[in-house]
Design a protein around this ligand. Structure first.
Ligand code: HEM
Length: 476
């Protein structure tokens, strides 16, 4: 701690333009060296203490530094460990981080003992600046309230119909863009296009506004999108940057950039809320309005004390964050898999042609109109190929919880209060003890029973974290 303070003080002096002599620099280097040696020694003691502990705990495979060493291929590194141990742990200074690929343990933490495994202050502390009190950054009562609201809203026909129309319209715009690029034999960045198209759709569903980032014509939308993406990336970077808590109050480095980006986002969102509230006051807001923000605004009349502008900003923004990268990255992997498996591509095209009864050379808009719910329900092979993509490339590859009390996992491993318990969706998709010998193969057929899609246990296929992303009417 002293080392950190001293380091922080030195940086401060440098920042403030103080003259620093050679002897002072040498002293700083000495202190830093002392600090690093001290840190390694403390870690070593913690590591040895855990290794010789008589408690039945998950096998130790290293310290948190092992993850940093393998950071560039982190999920493959975790996969190689999961092949040896279905549950293992890494030693941190104050606690252990347990990682599991065992469906029985996954069921235990996400369902049986759900109440003991929340996000905890560690995760919520990292997310709070951007996510506020939204569903991703809260536990307990606030989480329950938003989940109930979401379960109700997402089950309403009006929101479902609205989202389908919005997604269909934007998919048609995207298809036209791809068609033009392909006709001109132009290379395109599909992930970038999918990110923009998904943001346009989710933003319209969430806030009722067309951003049109796909067309790139609106300077302000482009600025908003950049601020949104950069903030997301910086927040996740905090998991690696141990100095973020010092940089934040000093307003330096990425923390300063994050602050500016959040300002851009907030200015836009609060202005939207203000306009809609104004319309509501003047009786100009259509009460049958379909977007999420308008629906929450109407709801806020019943509970004005709790559903403040800040709360509405947090709820709606969290939905946008939740849906954008997950959907766009899944689709990117999906098209990548189709390029690598032309046979699967051909089967999907055939199924889509049959289900929509679309003529050859039909226009994109006409084709989009044929994508009715009834047509989609016939597309079992497409459903299987998308699910197979998520099995191998889950949008959330590893997800973590914190244990609120001492506990014992089903395999007998002891968990201490404050330990992290993470389930590993990406490694799980590659385990032969879960999916059989062909676990690493892309094979949509594994999801079909006589041509009909058959879901697997959500504790084996964890891409949607059991039911947390599907809004069941019964809450845990
Ligand atoms: C391929 C697409 C998607 C995948 C793979 C996915 C996956 C996930 C996962 C793993 C979680 C749990 C995260 C955690 O609590 O740590 C989650 C939560 C959530 N997702 Fe999704 N998601 C997808 C699309 C969407 C979309 C389109 C929306 C809505 C616009 C959405 C809304 C949410 C919300 C609100 C939560 C928080 C639920 C809660 O805490 O109870 N997701 N999602």
């Amino acid at each position: 701690m002293m080392g950190v303070l001293f380091f922080g003080f030195t940086v401060l002096l440098l920042l403030m333009g103080f003259f620093v002599g050679v002897s002072f620099i040498l002293a700083v280097v000495g202190v830093l060296t002392f600090f690093v040696i001290g840190l390694v020694a403390v870690f070593l003691v913690a590591y040895i203490r855990e290794l010789i502990s008589k408690d039945l705990q998950a096998p130790v495979v290293g310290t948190v530094f092992n993850q940093l060493i393998h950071f560039n291929r982190l999920f493959d590194y975790q996969t190689s460990l999961a092949r040896r141990y279905s549950t293992y742990r890494l030693v941190m200074l104050s606690h252990s981080e347990v990682y599991t690929a065992d469906p029985v343990t996954v069921e235990y933490i996400l369902k049986t003992k759900f109440s003991n495994y929340g996000r905890g202050q560690y995760h919520t502390g990292i997310m709070r600046d951007l996510f506020g009190d939204g569903i991703f950054a809260v536990d307990g009562e606030k989480w329950r309230h938003q989940r109930k609201l979401a379960s109700y809203e997402f089950s309403t026909k009006v929101l479902r119909d609205f989202s389908s129309t919005v997604f269909r319209t934007n998919a048609a715009k995207l298809a036209s863009e791809v068609f033009v690029a392909s006709a001109a034999n132009r290379i395109m960045d599909l992930q970038d296009l999918l990110m923009k198209s998904t943001l346009d759709s989710i933003f319209k569903v969430g806030f009722g506004v067309d951003l049109n980032t796909l067309s790139g014509s609106d300077e302000f939308s482009n600025r908003f999108m950049k601020a949104f993406d950069d903030s997301n990336a910086i927040v996740y970077w905090r998991y690696v940057d141990i100095l973020w808590k010092i940089k934040r109050p000093l307003n330096v480095g990425w923390e300063a950039v994050l602050k500016q980006n959040i300002e851009v986002i907030d200015n836009f969102v609060y202005e939207l809320i203000r306009c809609k509230r104004e319309q509501m006051k003047n009786g100009k807001l259509d009460r049958g309005k379909e977007d999420l923000l308008s629906r929450f605004l109407v709801e806020s009349e019943k509970d004005p004390e709790n559903m403040t502008d800040k709360y509405l900003r947090d709820i709606t923004l969290n939905f946008t964050i939740a849906g954008k990268d997950t959907s766009a990255n899944t689709l990117t992997w999906f098209f990548y898999m189709l390029c690598r498996h032309p046979f699967v591509q051909e089967k999907i095209a055939q199924e889509v042609r049959e289900a929509t009864e679309a003529e050859k050379n039909v226009s994109t808009d006409e084709f989009a109109n044929k994508l009715t719910e009834a047509a989609l329900e016939k597309m079992h092979y497409l459903h299987a190929a998308l699910t197979e993509t998520l099995r191998l490339y889950p949008a959330v590859p590893v997800d973590g919880k914190i244990s609120e009390e001492d506990d014992i996992l089903p395999d007998g491993f002891k968990i201490k209060k404050g330990d992290g318990v993470n389930y590993m969706a990406y490694p799980m998709g590659r385990m032969t003890y879960i999916w059989g010998e062909d676990a690493e193969e892309f094979r949509p057929e594994r999801w079909l029973d006589n041509g009909v899609f058959r879901a697997e246990s959500p504790f084996k296929f964890t891409a949607f974290q059991v039911s947390n992303c599907s809004y069941p009417s019964s809450l845990p």
